[in-house]
Design a protein around this ligand. Structure first.
Ligand code: PLP
Ligand code: COI
Length: 408
């Protein structure tokens, strides 16, 4: 690594602590014209990783702090995010924020999540990164943050994967999870959108979101708790949507459940989604139902959209995007959740309780034996993973546009 680091060092000096600046100055981002990705880092226990930082500090992150401009449209801020990897890749580390930053004071922040997989042919690929870019743009419009254009988002994600390729787990052992952030970092006490926006992508190798691989999870819905209401921002991947659910999430985990099932705010009887994944129920005659997005209270998952297509095209299912009443679950043969972190996770049972823990026994449902994935769930899991990891030539060709190969 002998490239000039002048622009990188200048940026680093702005964001990193003194100790990190010294480190960063000795290490330039890797060249993008290497012919091969690094092999996975040796002596790493990839199998031990869950969905967390796993005690790992990857090598580089993307950091681009730009001034927001008022555009012709007063409801749409703009910014020039078009900086080179040399300017934006810095060693993974901390950066400084004013206590007056809008992200800290008013929660002006969005995040994304996408995965890079090491594929069977040795290549590394991102799964549908354009979809994450588009979702972040929609969120940016709602939060009056200047949107990051799709090409900038995808090439930043691409650069982060390339720079951290030794952290992409070996084929079949998880993925490198990318976490893009977009936030208002300008200092202004005024209750208004920030004059400055920061686009950052960091990454971490991860294993399963839920422990136990394809073992079915147990969900509990809490009556009286809802994640989002109509007119709110439940359809936006806003950072502020998550902490308000920590309490409910911990409540159900303390009771031995794996995750929270969120019910609608209006009636408390409709299923919306799990804590960090979308929900599907499989009914007789291979009819799959997932809550529709019209209410704008559910996150439009990239995996959800992919599963809807795969269920129709690869499993011959009929997919309905419509309401699922809690009582409908008694008719379902299978249920599963899906998301970038969660992949496809079978649901073994749904419990419904009050916040105080009193269970509504009549509403509780067990799918199959409560632990083995149903056949449709298993097939969708296999198909998704096959496409992501490139192990079937026919699927590779038919879903080539879902795969963004990161060139070494
Ligand atoms: N719903 C919520 C609340 C989430 O946080 C996520 C995860 O991102 C999803 C659904 C699934 O979305 P995706 O498939 O894009 O990861
Ligand atoms: C993801 O699955 O990518 C998510 O962002 C969900 C989450 C871990 C909050």
């Amino acid at each position: 690594m002998t490239r000039s680091i002048v622009p990188f060092a200048a940026l680093a000096a702005f964001f990193l602590t003194a100790a990190e600046q010294t480190q960063a100055a000795t290490r330039a981002p890797p060249s993008s014209n290497k012919r091969q990705h690094s092999d996975p880092k040796p002596n790493v226990d990839w199998d031990s990783f869950g969905f967390s930082m796993n005690g790992v500090r990857t090598d580089y992150m993307w950091l681009n702090r730009v001034e927001a401009q008022e555009g012709d449209d007063v409801m749409q801020l703009t910014a020039d995010y078009s900086a080179s990897p040399n300017d934006c890749l810095s060693e993974f580390g901390t950066f400084q924020l004013s206590p007056a930053a809008t992200v800290l004071n008013y929660g002006q922040a969005l995040f994304e999540g996408l995965k890079a997989f090491r594929r069977v042919d040795g290549s590394i690929a991102l799964f549908r990164p354009e979809r994450n870019a588009e979702r972040m743009q929609n969120g940016a419009k709602r939060f009056l943050l200047p949107p990051v254009p799709t090409d900038v988002f995808v090439s930043a994600a691409d650069a982060v994967v390339r720079a951290n390729s030794r952290w992409v787990p070996p084929f079949g052992k998880g993925a490198l999870y990318l976490r893009p952030l977009l936030m208002g970092t300008g200092d202004d006490l005024g209750v208004k959108p920030s004059w400055e926006s920061t686009f950052c992508i960091y990454c971490c190798p991860v294993g399963n979101y839920f422990k136990g691989g394809l073992k079915a999870i147990r969900l509990q819905a809490l009556r009286g708790f809802s994640r989002a209401a109509q007119g709110g921002a439940g359809h936006v991947k806003a950072s502020g949507n998550y902490a308000p659910a920590f309490f409910a999430q911990r409540t159900v985990k303390q009771r031995g459940f794996d995750d929270l099932l969120c019910l609608d705010a209006a009636t408390g009887n409709l299923i919306e989604e799990a804590g960090a994944s979308n929900f599907f129920a499989v009914f007789p005659n291979n009819t799959i139902v997932t809550p529709c997005l019209h209410s704008e209270t559910i996150l439009p998952g990239v995996t959800r959209a992919s599963i809807i297509e795969l269920a129709v095209r690869e499993c011959g299912c009929t997919v309905v995007e419509g309401p699922i009443q809690l009582s409908d679950l008694h008719e379902a043969c299978e249920a599963f959740c899906c998301g970038t972190g969660a992949s496809v996770t079978p649901v073994g049972s749904v419990s419904v309780a009050k916040i105080d823990g009193t269970e509504d026994k009549e509403a509780c449902v067990i799918f199959g034996d409560g632990s083995t994935p149903g056949p449709i769930t298993q097939r969708l899991y296999n198909t998704l993973l096959t496409i992501q990891t490139g192990t079937d030539e026919d699927l590779n060709q038919r879903y080539a546009d879902w795969i963004h190969v990161v060139e070494p």
